[in-house]
Design a protein around this ligand. Structure first.
Ligand code: AMP
Length: 211
């Protein structure tokens, strides 16, 4: 079974994608993670993507499309996959059709923009183990120190208001039209993101019950 998870940055796509992965024992394919890995490894793809990532714009199709085409034909995708961060535009969705990939269901995770801005601006990440905290909703036991490994907490470069708002604008302009695209195909399942992530997980699982 093949799934797409749509949602604004900070809506919690990654968490819901993991839930679907566990339910169906299929891999999560996150184009954002693939690009970040390529940047960390200084590959040509990573170097060519850097500026777009830095500006919070979409990485051009001539980079992303060959990357996803190569990934989806790998052995671990033969039993299905969850796409997190792809497609980001309608032309990218057509590439899946061209490849003969049939999408079974699309989860659209809806969270209000202002909730996202608050969520991401308050996010703090452990500089060592990556555990995520929030200055109001999920505080560490000691301010600015990780509960798990006692390392300092940091704010991610892209968790500043201006950057968050740019990423939201790009989402609304470029990615949101995909909702209508998949709705017309009868594949769209809308989930309202809840303040407690466990409640959102329940809604996602309920939305997939008939599959
Ligand atoms: P994400 O981790 O999904 O929020 O992606 C982080 C960044 O990676 C985005 O802001 C884009 O710059 C880039 N990116 C990820 N997926 C795509 C895609 N399908 N098309 C274009 N750019 C992408």
């Amino acid at each position: 079974m093949n799934f797409v998870v749509l949602g604004a940055p900070g809506a919690g796509k990654g968490t819901q994608a993991q839930i679907i992965k566990d339910k169906y024992s299929i891999p999560v394919i996150s184009t954002g993670n693939m690009i970040r890995d390529a940047m960390a490894n200084h590959t040509e793809l990573g170097e060519n993507s850097k500026q777009y990532m830095h500006d919070s714009e979409l990485v051009p199709d001539k980079i992303v499309i060959p990357m996803i085409k190569k990934r989806l034909v790998m052995d671990d995708c033969s039993g299905g996959f969850v796409l997190d961060g792809y497609p980001r535009t309608i032309p990218q969705a057509y590439i899946l059709d061209e490849m003969g990939v049939k999408i079974d269901a699309v989860i659209s995770l809806e969270v209000d923009d202002e909730v996202i801005v608050n969520r991401l601006m308050g996010r703090r990440i452990c500089s060592k183990c990556g555990t995520s905290y929030h200055i109001v909703d999920n505080k560490p036991m000691v301010d600015d120190i990780c509960d798990k490994c006692s390392s300092p907490l940091i704010t991610r470069d892209d968790d500043v208001e201006q950057t968050i708002r740019t990423r939201l604008r790009v989402y609304h302009e470029r990615t949101q039209p995909l909702k209508e695209f998949y709705n017309k195909q009868g594949k769209l399942r809308v989930i309202c993101g809840q303040s407690d992530v466990h409640d959102t997980i329940k809604l996602t699982l309920a939305a997939l019950e008939d599959l």
